[in-house]
Design a binder for this molecule. Structure first.
Ligand SMILES: NC(=O)c1ccc[n+]([C@@H]2O[C@H](COP(=O)([O-])OP(=O)(O)OC[C@H]3O[C@@H](n4cnc5c(N)ncnc54)[C@H](O)[C@@H]3O)[C@@H](O)[C@H]2O)c1
Length: 335
């Protein structure tokens, strides 16, 4: 069985998804590439062998020639495109965040529940990253005892979209929110946000967040989308008996000019190449088997966006903001 896929959005992520599905995922065919910029869609389609190109997402979502959809358009289109996929009964891998707006996330959950079938996976690919997966397995196996503090650093060379701290919280930090919830198997209860230099600091300085969890562990998160030197994601989980650190997947180190060095990538693709590949393979397998993968659901997407909304409030008010999740619907009880 071959699953015909459409990718909506042919920018950095959409093109990378096209490459991964064309070259590394069995059981799928690229049927259509959609982009508001048709020339961009055409270029990606030609490179990865998709037959159809259009600027109209609804045309492909409703096409009988398309069985499943990847949404890689900008954040503000995610929920409407995901809702259109649900209405058409099509599975959708929606890039993170599900939306920057909690109300929109809730309407996706309610549409999916009404449809009666789990159709939505959110592209929180870190759940599939070998380093985070090993961290979770070691924690579960008791290697460091009870988790106490998860230190996370998320650094980009320069802002991909806009440099505001609100965007760092609403667009970038959800990766850490999701992976911390998944790793620690708990929910956030409150968030405080600090910036070096305080409210008067320039927009480009990092955001430092402290998140409290229902399980008691703290998550200490620096989001620095203007770090200048490289794409660098770090994590260290401190427990009662030890700690577990993430390692970057360097394959060489260089010895020259009296120094040993490794390189930083310019963006997220090299660091998380294996995570994207495993995520996309797992998603296709879940479509073949007709059941959700262990990827993030619309519920997980909603929890991250709720956390981001509280984080933006904490940033703007300077106060600690409590996070109140709605009750988790039984519909999302598994996987
Ligand atoms: N999972 C990850 O690690 C990761 C990494 C980067 C980006 N992302 C997410 O992927 C999404 C895309 O990011 P990007 O960096 O590829 O952005 P981008 O700007 O490179 O690409 C977005 C593309 O969408 C097209 N577009 C705009 N409006 C559209 C519409 N209504 N319908 C169809 N196409 C439309 C644009 O022309 C552009 O080609 C964002 O939501 C971002 O948050 C996820």
């Amino acid at each position: 069985m071959t699953i015909n896929l459409a990718i909506i959005g042919a920018g950095v992520m959409g093109a990378d998804h096209a490459r991964i599905f064309a070259n590394e995922v069995p059981g799928v065919k690229l049927a259509a590439i959609v982009d508001a910029d048709v020339a961009r869609a055409r270029k990606v389609a030609d490179e990865y062998g998709a037959s159809h190109v259009t600027a109209d997402p609804l045309e492909v979502i409703n096409s009988r020639a398309v069985a499943a959809v990847v949404v890689a358009a900008p954040d503000k289109f995610h929920s409407a495109l995901t809702l259109a996929c649900i209405a058409a009964g099509k599975p959708v891998l929606c890039e993170k965040p599900l939306s920057q707006d909690v109300g929109e996330c809730l309407s996706v959950m309610s549409a999916e529940e009404k449809r009666g079938k789990r159709l939505v996976q959110v592209g929180f690919m870190r759940r599939f990253d070998p380093a985070y997966a090993e961290m979770k397995a070691l924690l579960a196996g008791g290697a460091i005892g009870k988790a106490l503090v998860f230190h996370c650093q998320h650094r980009n060379v320069s802002a991909a979209y806009d440099a505001r701290p609100e965007t760092a919280i609403a667009n970038s930090a959800p990766h850490e929110f999701d992976v911390a919830r998944w790793l620690l198997e708990t929910e956030f209860t409150a968030v405080s946000v600090f910036r070096p230099g305080g409210a008067a600091a320039p927009a480009t300085v990092p955001v430092q967040m402290v998140l409290e969890t229902a399980g008691g562990a703290l998550v200490n998160l620096e989001v620095n989308i203007n770090a200048a030197y490289g794409y660098d994601v770090r994590g260290e989980l401190v427990g009662e008996k030890g700690s577990i650190e993430l390692r970057n997947p360097d394959v060489t180190s260089r010895n020259a000019a009296l120094a040993r060095s490794t390189a930083y990538p310019a963006d997220w693709r090299p660091r998380f190449a294996e995570a994207y590949r495993r995520q996309n393979i797992a998603w296709v397998k879940s479509l073949e088997q007709g059941k959700p993968s262990h990827g993030a659901s619309a519920w997980d997407g909603t929890c991250s966006t709720l956390t981001a909304e509280a984080g933006v409030k904490a940033l703007q008010s300077g106060a600690r903001v409590e996070i109140a999740l709605p009750a988790k619907p039984g519909f999302y009880a598994t996987a």
